[in-house]
Design a protein around this ligand. Structure first.
Ligand SMILES: [Zn+2]
Ligand SMILES: [Zn+2]
Length: 467
Protein backbone atom coordinates (compact mmCIF):
# COMPACT_ATOMS: atom_id res chain seq x y z
CA UNK A 1 0.00 0.00 0.00
CA UNK A 2 1.24 3.46 -0.86
CA UNK A 3 -0.48 6.70 0.14
CA UNK A 4 0.37 10.34 0.75
CA UNK A 5 -1.35 12.58 3.32
CA UNK A 6 -1.01 16.34 2.92
CA UNK A 7 -0.55 17.74 6.43
CA UNK A 8 0.50 21.24 5.37
CA UNK A 9 0.80 23.62 2.42
CA UNK A 10 -2.61 22.33 1.29
CA UNK A 11 -4.49 25.23 -0.35
CA UNK A 12 -2.07 27.51 1.48
CA UNK A 13 1.60 28.39 1.27
CA UNK A 14 3.08 27.59 4.68
CA UNK A 15 3.67 24.48 6.79
CA UNK A 16 4.89 22.18 3.98
CA UNK A 17 4.74 18.56 5.22
CA UNK A 18 3.54 15.51 3.31
CA UNK A 19 3.47 12.09 4.97
CA UNK A 20 4.23 9.13 2.72
CA UNK A 21 3.02 5.75 3.99
CA UNK A 22 4.86 2.85 2.34
CA UNK A 23 3.27 -0.45 3.45
CA UNK A 24 2.97 0.94 6.97
CA UNK A 25 6.35 2.70 7.18
CA UNK A 26 6.20 6.50 7.44
CA UNK A 27 8.37 8.93 5.53
CA UNK A 28 8.01 12.71 5.70
CA UNK A 29 8.59 15.16 2.84
CA UNK A 30 9.51 18.49 4.52
CA UNK A 31 8.60 19.63 8.02
CA UNK A 32 7.81 23.33 7.75
CA UNK A 33 6.40 25.81 10.21
CA UNK A 34 2.80 26.77 9.71
CA UNK A 35 2.59 30.57 9.89
CA UNK A 36 -0.64 32.44 10.50
CA UNK A 37 -2.65 33.62 13.49
CA UNK A 38 -0.51 32.94 16.54
CA UNK A 39 -2.74 30.66 18.64
CA UNK A 40 -3.81 28.52 15.69
CA UNK A 41 -0.27 28.11 14.32
CA UNK A 42 1.13 27.35 17.76
CA UNK A 43 -1.23 24.43 18.30
CA UNK A 44 -0.78 23.11 14.78
CA UNK A 45 3.02 23.27 14.93
CA UNK A 46 3.19 21.87 18.44
CA UNK A 47 1.23 18.68 17.79
CA UNK A 48 1.65 17.25 14.29
CA UNK A 49 -1.40 15.11 13.38
CA UNK A 50 0.61 11.87 13.05
CA UNK A 51 2.67 9.67 15.32
CA UNK A 52 6.11 11.31 15.16
CA UNK A 53 7.83 8.25 16.64
CA UNK A 54 6.60 6.19 13.67
CA UNK A 55 8.33 8.51 11.17
CA UNK A 56 11.47 6.75 10.00
CA UNK A 57 13.08 9.47 7.86
CA UNK A 58 12.55 12.99 6.52
CA UNK A 59 13.43 14.24 3.04
CA UNK A 60 13.90 18.01 3.23
CA UNK A 61 13.56 20.05 0.01
CA UNK A 62 15.22 23.29 1.19
CA UNK A 63 16.06 25.44 4.20
CA UNK A 64 13.21 27.99 4.10
CA UNK A 65 11.21 28.26 7.35
CA UNK A 66 7.96 27.03 5.80
CA UNK A 67 9.72 23.77 4.82
CA UNK A 68 12.26 23.10 7.58
CA UNK A 69 11.58 25.04 10.76
CA UNK A 70 9.30 22.57 12.51
CA UNK A 71 11.96 19.83 12.46
CA UNK A 72 12.95 20.61 16.07
CA UNK A 73 9.36 19.82 17.12
CA UNK A 74 9.94 16.31 15.76
CA UNK A 75 13.02 16.00 17.97
CA UNK A 76 10.99 17.24 20.96
CA UNK A 77 8.42 14.48 20.27
CA UNK A 78 10.96 11.67 20.05
CA UNK A 79 11.83 11.43 16.34
CA UNK A 80 14.96 9.29 16.00
CA UNK A 81 15.45 8.96 12.22
CA UNK A 82 17.64 10.73 9.68
CA UNK A 83 16.84 13.98 7.88
CA UNK A 84 18.22 14.01 4.32
CA UNK A 85 18.93 17.25 2.44
CA UNK A 86 21.55 18.69 0.09
CA UNK A 87 24.93 19.75 1.51
CA UNK A 88 24.14 23.47 1.17
CA UNK A 89 20.72 23.01 2.80
CA UNK A 90 22.44 21.28 5.71
CA UNK A 91 24.68 24.32 6.31
CA UNK A 92 21.81 26.81 5.88
CA UNK A 93 19.54 24.75 8.16
CA UNK A 94 22.13 24.95 10.94
CA UNK A 95 21.85 28.76 10.90
CA UNK A 96 18.09 28.84 10.37
CA UNK A 97 17.07 26.33 13.03
CA UNK A 98 19.35 27.80 15.72
CA UNK A 99 17.96 31.25 14.90
CA UNK A 100 14.40 29.92 14.91
CA UNK A 101 14.87 28.26 18.34
CA UNK A 102 16.15 31.56 19.74
CA UNK A 103 13.10 33.36 18.32
CA UNK A 104 10.74 30.72 19.79
CA UNK A 105 12.23 31.28 23.23
CA UNK A 106 12.24 35.09 23.11
CA UNK A 107 8.73 35.27 21.61
CA UNK A 108 7.43 33.04 24.38
CA UNK A 109 9.05 35.23 27.06
CA UNK A 110 7.30 38.23 25.54
CA UNK A 111 3.92 36.45 25.35
CA UNK A 112 4.22 35.17 28.91
CA UNK A 113 4.84 38.71 30.16
CA UNK A 114 1.47 39.72 28.70
CA UNK A 115 -0.21 36.54 29.93
CA UNK A 116 1.04 37.23 33.47
CA UNK A 117 -0.59 40.65 33.34
CA UNK A 118 -3.88 38.96 32.43
CA UNK A 119 -3.39 36.29 35.12
CA UNK A 120 -3.12 33.55 32.50
CA UNK A 121 -0.77 30.58 32.91
CA UNK A 122 2.51 30.73 30.94
CA UNK A 123 2.97 28.85 27.67
CA UNK A 124 5.99 26.76 26.64
CA UNK A 125 8.19 27.64 23.65
CA UNK A 126 7.35 25.54 20.59
CA UNK A 127 10.85 24.08 20.94
CA UNK A 128 14.18 24.85 22.59
CA UNK A 129 17.73 25.27 21.27
CA UNK A 130 18.51 21.71 22.44
CA UNK A 131 15.79 20.35 20.12
CA UNK A 132 17.28 22.27 17.21
CA UNK A 133 20.72 20.84 18.06
CA UNK A 134 19.30 17.30 18.25
CA UNK A 135 17.78 17.51 14.80
CA UNK A 136 20.89 19.17 13.33
CA UNK A 137 22.79 16.10 14.49
CA UNK A 138 20.57 13.91 12.33
CA UNK A 139 21.00 15.88 9.06
CA UNK A 140 22.56 13.90 6.21
CA UNK A 141 24.02 16.00 3.39
CA UNK A 142 23.50 14.60 -0.11
CA UNK A 143 24.86 15.61 -3.51
CA UNK A 144 22.61 16.64 -6.39
CA UNK A 145 21.86 14.00 -9.06
CA UNK A 146 23.15 11.07 -6.97
CA UNK A 147 20.73 8.41 -5.82
CA UNK A 148 20.97 7.56 -2.12
CA UNK A 149 19.26 5.05 0.15
CA UNK A 150 16.65 6.40 2.58
CA UNK A 151 15.28 3.13 3.95
CA UNK A 152 16.05 -0.43 2.76
CA UNK A 153 13.19 -0.20 0.26
CA UNK A 154 13.26 3.55 -0.49
CA UNK A 155 15.83 5.46 -2.57
CA UNK A 156 15.81 9.16 -3.47
CA UNK A 157 17.62 11.64 -5.72
CA UNK A 158 17.88 15.43 -5.33
CA UNK A 159 17.77 17.74 -8.35
CA UNK A 160 18.53 21.48 -8.30
CA UNK A 161 15.23 23.43 -8.02
CA UNK A 162 16.92 26.82 -8.62
CA UNK A 163 14.89 28.50 -5.83
CA UNK A 164 17.44 29.21 -3.09
CA UNK A 165 20.93 27.86 -2.48
CA UNK A 166 20.68 24.10 -1.92
CA UNK A 167 17.00 23.90 -2.91
CA UNK A 168 15.89 20.64 -4.47
CA UNK A 169 13.17 18.73 -6.21
CA UNK A 170 13.09 15.11 -5.09
CA UNK A 171 12.45 11.86 -6.91
CA UNK A 172 11.58 9.02 -4.56
CA UNK A 173 11.63 5.35 -5.66
CA UNK A 174 9.62 3.07 -3.40
CA UNK A 175 9.77 -0.70 -3.52
CA UNK A 176 6.23 -1.49 -2.33
CA UNK A 177 4.45 -4.82 -1.92
CA UNK A 178 2.52 -3.93 -5.09
CA UNK A 179 5.70 -3.20 -7.05
CA UNK A 180 8.05 -0.29 -7.72
CA UNK A 181 6.41 3.16 -7.48
CA UNK A 182 7.88 6.61 -8.06
CA UNK A 183 6.88 9.92 -6.45
CA UNK A 184 8.22 13.29 -7.59
CA UNK A 185 8.15 16.35 -5.29
CA UNK A 186 8.92 19.71 -6.88
CA UNK A 187 9.83 21.47 -3.62
CA UNK A 188 9.71 25.23 -4.30
CA UNK A 189 10.65 25.95 -7.91
CA UNK A 190 12.86 28.87 -8.87
CA UNK A 191 13.11 30.79 -12.14
CA UNK A 192 15.38 30.72 -15.12
CA UNK A 193 18.01 33.46 -15.32
CA UNK A 194 18.02 34.30 -11.63
CA UNK A 195 21.35 35.50 -10.24
CA UNK A 196 23.81 33.08 -8.58
CA UNK A 197 21.57 29.99 -8.85
CA UNK A 198 21.34 27.49 -11.67
CA UNK A 199 18.06 27.15 -13.55
CA UNK A 200 15.56 24.61 -12.15
CA UNK A 201 16.30 21.09 -13.42
CA UNK A 202 13.37 19.38 -15.15
CA UNK A 203 12.66 15.84 -13.95
CA UNK A 204 13.29 13.15 -16.53
CA UNK A 205 11.37 10.13 -15.26
CA UNK A 206 8.02 8.32 -15.17
CA UNK A 207 6.03 9.23 -12.04
CA UNK A 208 3.07 7.61 -10.30
CA UNK A 209 2.49 10.88 -8.43
CA UNK A 210 3.87 14.39 -8.88
CA UNK A 211 3.48 16.72 -5.88
CA UNK A 212 3.99 20.19 -7.29
CA UNK A 213 4.01 23.72 -5.89
CA UNK A 214 1.75 26.41 -7.37
CA UNK A 215 2.52 29.59 -5.39
CA UNK A 216 2.26 31.80 -8.50
CA UNK A 217 0.04 29.47 -10.54
CA UNK A 218 -2.05 32.46 -11.61
CA UNK A 219 0.63 35.15 -12.01
CA UNK A 220 3.19 36.40 -14.50
CA UNK A 221 6.39 38.03 -13.11
CA UNK A 222 8.45 40.90 -14.48
CA UNK A 223 11.74 39.56 -15.84
CA UNK A 224 14.80 39.64 -13.55
CA UNK A 225 16.43 42.03 -16.06
CA UNK A 226 13.56 44.56 -15.64
CA UNK A 227 13.80 44.22 -11.87
CA UNK A 228 17.53 44.98 -11.91
CA UNK A 229 16.93 47.99 -14.14
CA UNK A 230 14.38 49.26 -11.59
CA UNK A 231 16.85 48.63 -8.75
CA UNK A 232 19.53 50.65 -10.56
CA UNK A 233 17.10 53.54 -11.07
CA UNK A 234 16.23 53.60 -7.35
CA UNK A 235 19.92 53.62 -6.35
CA UNK A 236 20.60 56.52 -8.71
CA UNK A 237 17.66 58.46 -7.27
CA UNK A 238 18.82 58.07 -3.68
CA UNK A 239 22.31 59.22 -4.73
CA UNK A 240 20.80 62.40 -6.16
CA UNK A 241 18.70 63.12 -3.06
CA UNK A 242 21.54 62.22 -0.68
CA UNK A 243 19.11 60.07 1.32
CA UNK A 244 19.22 56.51 2.55
CA UNK A 245 17.93 53.48 0.68
CA UNK A 246 16.40 51.03 3.14
CA UNK A 247 15.66 47.54 1.87
CA UNK A 248 13.85 45.02 4.08
CA UNK A 249 14.91 41.58 2.85
CA UNK A 250 14.67 37.93 3.85
CA UNK A 251 17.98 36.81 5.30
CA UNK A 252 18.14 33.67 3.16
CA UNK A 253 18.31 34.28 -0.56
CA UNK A 254 16.97 37.78 -1.12
CA UNK A 255 19.71 39.56 0.86
CA UNK A 256 22.43 37.72 -1.11
CA UNK A 257 20.71 38.32 -4.43
CA UNK A 258 20.55 42.09 -3.75
CA UNK A 259 24.16 42.15 -2.61
CA UNK A 260 25.24 40.41 -5.81
CA UNK A 261 23.24 42.76 -8.06
CA UNK A 262 24.60 45.84 -6.31
CA UNK A 263 28.12 44.46 -6.74
CA UNK A 264 27.52 43.94 -10.49
CA UNK A 265 25.82 47.34 -10.97
CA UNK A 266 28.63 49.25 -9.23
CA UNK A 267 31.26 47.23 -11.06
CA UNK A 268 29.63 48.04 -14.41
CA UNK A 269 29.42 51.74 -13.56
CA UNK A 270 25.62 51.68 -13.85
CA UNK A 271 25.16 53.15 -10.36
CA UNK A 272 27.49 55.32 -8.27
CA UNK A 273 29.70 53.54 -5.75
CA UNK A 274 28.07 54.26 -2.38
CA UNK A 275 28.36 52.34 0.89
CA UNK A 276 26.20 49.21 1.27
CA UNK A 277 25.47 47.68 4.68
CA UNK A 278 24.03 44.22 5.26
CA UNK A 279 22.63 44.65 8.76
CA UNK A 280 21.38 41.21 9.80
CA UNK A 281 23.57 38.68 11.60
CA UNK A 282 21.60 35.83 10.01
CA UNK A 283 21.96 37.26 6.49
CA UNK A 284 25.72 37.69 7.07
CA UNK A 285 26.00 34.05 8.18
CA UNK A 286 24.03 32.93 5.15
CA UNK A 287 26.31 34.92 2.83
CA UNK A 288 29.26 33.00 4.26
CA UNK A 289 27.50 29.68 3.55
CA UNK A 290 26.95 30.88 -0.04
CA UNK A 291 30.72 31.43 -0.31
CA UNK A 292 31.36 27.87 0.92
CA UNK A 293 29.10 26.40 -1.78
CA UNK A 294 30.15 28.35 -4.86
CA UNK A 295 30.57 25.01 -6.67
CA UNK A 296 26.80 24.92 -7.23
CA UNK A 297 26.54 28.51 -8.58
CA UNK A 298 25.48 29.07 -12.19
CA UNK A 299 28.06 29.58 -14.92
CA UNK A 300 27.66 33.36 -15.12
CA UNK A 301 28.37 33.78 -11.41
CA UNK A 302 31.29 31.34 -11.58
CA UNK A 303 32.78 33.37 -14.43
CA UNK A 304 32.28 36.55 -12.38
CA UNK A 305 34.03 35.15 -9.30
CA UNK A 306 36.78 33.85 -11.59
CA UNK A 307 37.80 37.52 -11.99
CA UNK A 308 36.75 38.52 -8.44
CA UNK A 309 38.61 36.12 -6.14
CA UNK A 310 37.09 37.72 -3.01
CA UNK A 311 33.74 36.25 -4.12
CA UNK A 312 30.45 37.47 -5.53
CA UNK A 313 29.20 38.70 -2.17
CA UNK A 314 32.19 40.80 -1.09
CA UNK A 315 33.22 44.19 -2.48
CA UNK A 316 34.93 47.34 -1.27
CA UNK A 317 31.74 49.32 -0.58
CA UNK A 318 30.05 46.45 1.27
CA UNK A 319 30.08 46.02 5.06
CA UNK A 320 28.51 43.19 7.00
CA UNK A 321 27.34 44.87 10.22
CA UNK A 322 27.95 42.61 13.20
CA UNK A 323 27.18 44.22 16.57
CA UNK A 324 24.06 46.09 17.66
CA UNK A 325 26.31 49.10 18.42
CA UNK A 326 27.55 49.21 14.83
CA UNK A 327 23.96 48.93 13.69
CA UNK A 328 22.93 51.89 15.85
CA UNK A 329 25.92 53.91 14.62
CA UNK A 330 24.43 53.80 11.12
CA UNK A 331 21.70 56.15 12.31
CA UNK A 332 24.26 58.92 12.82
CA UNK A 333 25.73 58.45 9.37
CA UNK A 334 24.55 60.74 6.58
CA UNK A 335 23.50 59.45 3.15
CA UNK A 336 23.65 58.41 0.48
CA UNK A 337 23.99 54.81 1.53
CA UNK A 338 22.12 51.52 1.23
CA UNK A 339 21.10 49.25 4.09
CA UNK A 340 19.73 45.73 3.59
CA UNK A 341 18.19 44.38 6.77
CA UNK A 342 15.75 41.74 8.07
CA UNK A 343 13.05 40.76 8.68
CA UNK A 344 11.70 40.80 5.14
CA UNK A 345 8.17 41.79 6.15
CA UNK A 346 9.34 44.39 8.71
CA UNK A 347 7.84 42.42 11.60
CA UNK A 348 10.95 42.10 13.76
CA UNK A 349 14.70 42.59 13.75
CA UNK A 350 17.01 45.52 13.04
CA UNK A 351 15.02 46.74 10.04
CA UNK A 352 12.54 48.25 12.52
CA UNK A 353 15.18 50.61 13.93
CA UNK A 354 16.19 51.76 10.46
CA UNK A 355 12.57 52.40 9.50
CA UNK A 356 11.83 54.22 12.73
CA UNK A 357 14.81 56.54 12.30
CA UNK A 358 14.37 57.25 8.61
CA UNK A 359 10.69 57.00 7.74
CA UNK A 360 10.08 60.70 8.39
CA UNK A 361 12.58 62.06 5.82
CA UNK A 362 11.34 62.51 2.22
CA UNK A 363 14.90 62.11 0.85
CA UNK A 364 14.90 58.45 1.96
CA UNK A 365 13.53 55.54 -0.05
CA UNK A 366 12.10 52.33 1.40
CA UNK A 367 12.39 49.63 -1.25
CA UNK A 368 10.10 46.60 -0.97
CA UNK A 369 11.41 43.62 -2.96
CA UNK A 370 9.33 40.71 -1.73
CA UNK A 371 5.78 39.66 -1.08
CA UNK A 372 4.27 41.19 2.09
CA UNK A 373 1.66 39.25 4.04
CA UNK A 374 -1.50 40.89 5.32
CA UNK A 375 -1.31 42.64 8.72
CA UNK A 376 2.46 43.21 8.48
CA UNK A 377 4.21 46.58 8.60
CA UNK A 378 5.66 45.80 5.17
CA UNK A 379 2.17 45.44 3.74
CA UNK A 380 1.08 48.78 5.26
CA UNK A 381 4.04 50.45 3.58
CA UNK A 382 3.15 48.84 0.23
CA UNK A 383 -0.42 50.11 0.67
CA UNK A 384 1.08 53.60 1.15
CA UNK A 385 -0.67 54.14 4.48
CA UNK A 386 0.16 57.71 5.61
CA UNK A 387 0.88 56.74 9.22
CA UNK A 388 2.26 53.47 10.62
CA UNK A 389 3.07 52.10 14.07
CA UNK A 390 6.61 50.95 14.88
CA UNK A 391 7.39 49.65 18.40
CA UNK A 392 3.97 50.91 19.49
CA UNK A 393 4.69 54.49 18.42
CA UNK A 394 3.00 56.24 15.48
CA UNK A 395 5.05 57.70 12.62
CA UNK A 396 4.09 59.73 9.54
CA UNK A 397 5.47 58.13 6.38
CA UNK A 398 7.39 60.86 4.51
CA UNK A 399 10.03 58.58 2.99
CA UNK A 400 9.22 57.35 -0.53
CA UNK A 401 8.06 53.75 -0.82
CA UNK A 402 9.03 51.87 -3.97
CA UNK A 403 8.06 48.29 -4.89
CA UNK A 404 9.93 45.91 -7.22
CA UNK A 405 8.11 42.62 -7.88
CA UNK A 406 10.44 40.96 -10.39
CA UNK A 407 12.88 39.52 -7.85
CA UNK A 408 10.60 36.66 -6.75
CA UNK A 409 12.43 33.37 -6.15
CA UNK A 410 9.35 31.40 -7.30
CA UNK A 411 8.50 30.36 -10.84
CA UNK A 412 5.47 32.16 -12.30
CA UNK A 413 2.69 30.39 -14.19
CA UNK A 414 4.71 30.13 -17.41
CA UNK A 415 7.74 28.84 -15.50
CA UNK A 416 5.69 26.22 -13.65
CA UNK A 417 4.11 25.01 -16.89
CA UNK A 418 7.48 24.86 -18.62
CA UNK A 419 8.94 22.79 -15.77
CA UNK A 420 5.94 20.43 -15.66
CA UNK A 421 5.90 20.19 -19.46
CA UNK A 422 8.92 17.88 -19.40
CA UNK A 423 6.76 15.35 -17.52
CA UNK A 424 3.75 15.48 -19.83
CA UNK A 425 2.56 11.98 -20.72
CA UNK A 426 4.77 10.47 -18.01
CA UNK A 427 2.78 11.27 -14.86
CA UNK A 428 -0.26 9.30 -13.66
CA UNK A 429 -1.49 11.80 -11.04
CA UNK A 430 -0.61 15.34 -10.00
CA UNK A 431 -1.27 16.92 -6.57
CA UNK A 432 -0.93 20.72 -6.48
CA UNK A 433 0.22 22.20 -3.15
CA UNK A 434 1.88 25.34 -1.72
CA UNK A 435 -0.48 27.98 -3.10
CA UNK A 436 -3.68 29.86 -2.35
CA UNK A 437 -6.80 28.20 -3.87
CA UNK A 438 -7.06 30.74 -6.76
CA UNK A 439 -3.47 30.13 -7.82
CA UNK A 440 -3.83 26.34 -7.66
CA UNK A 441 -7.15 26.36 -9.57
CA UNK A 442 -5.64 28.44 -12.37
CA UNK A 443 -2.61 26.15 -12.60
CA UNK A 444 -4.84 23.06 -12.55
CA UNK A 445 -6.88 24.35 -15.50
CA UNK A 446 -3.70 25.02 -17.48
CA UNK A 447 -2.25 21.59 -16.71
CA UNK A 448 -5.45 19.79 -17.68
CA UNK A 449 -5.49 21.78 -20.93
CA UNK A 450 -1.87 20.75 -21.50
CA UNK A 451 -2.88 17.09 -21.29
CA UNK A 452 -2.11 16.01 -17.70
CA UNK A 453 -4.67 13.28 -16.94
CA UNK A 454 -5.49 13.82 -13.27
CA UNK A 455 -4.70 17.04 -11.42
CA UNK A 456 -5.88 17.18 -7.84
CA UNK A 457 -5.84 19.98 -5.25
CA UNK A 458 -5.69 18.16 -1.89
CA UNK A 459 -7.44 19.59 1.17
CA UNK A 460 -5.59 19.82 4.49
CA UNK A 461 -5.02 16.31 5.94
CA UNK A 462 -6.47 14.64 2.84
CA UNK A 463 -5.00 11.26 1.82
CA UNK A 464 -4.29 10.28 -1.77
CA UNK A 465 -3.94 6.58 -2.68
CA UNK A 466 -1.31 5.53 -5.19
CA UNK A 467 -2.53 2.27 -6.77
ZN1 LIG B 1 11.08 28.33 -0.40
ZN1 LIG C 1 7.89 27.51 0.43
Amino acid sequence: MLQVTFHGAAETVTGSQHLVDVDGAQLLLDCGLFQGRRSESYERNRLPPYDVQQVQAVLLSHAHTDHSANLPSLARLGFAGKVHCTHATKDLAALMLRDSAKIQVSDTEFINKIRRRHHEPPVEPLYLPEHAEAVLGSLQGQAYNEKFSVLPYVAATYYDAGHILGSASIVCELDTVAGLRTIGFSGDLGRNDMPILRDPVELDTELDLLIMEGTYGNRQHETPADAVEALAAVVRRVCESGGKLIIPAFAVGRAQELTYWLHRLMEAGRVPRIPVFVDSPLASGVSKVFGDHSAIFDEETLAFIGTHPQGALRFKELTYVASADESRALNERSGPYIVISASGMCEAGRILHHLRNNIGDPRNIILIVSWQAEHTLGRRLVERQPRVRIFGEEFAVHAQVQVINGLSAHADQAGLLRWAGALRGRVKQVALVHGEPDALQALRAQMLAAGFPSVHIPKMHETLQIP
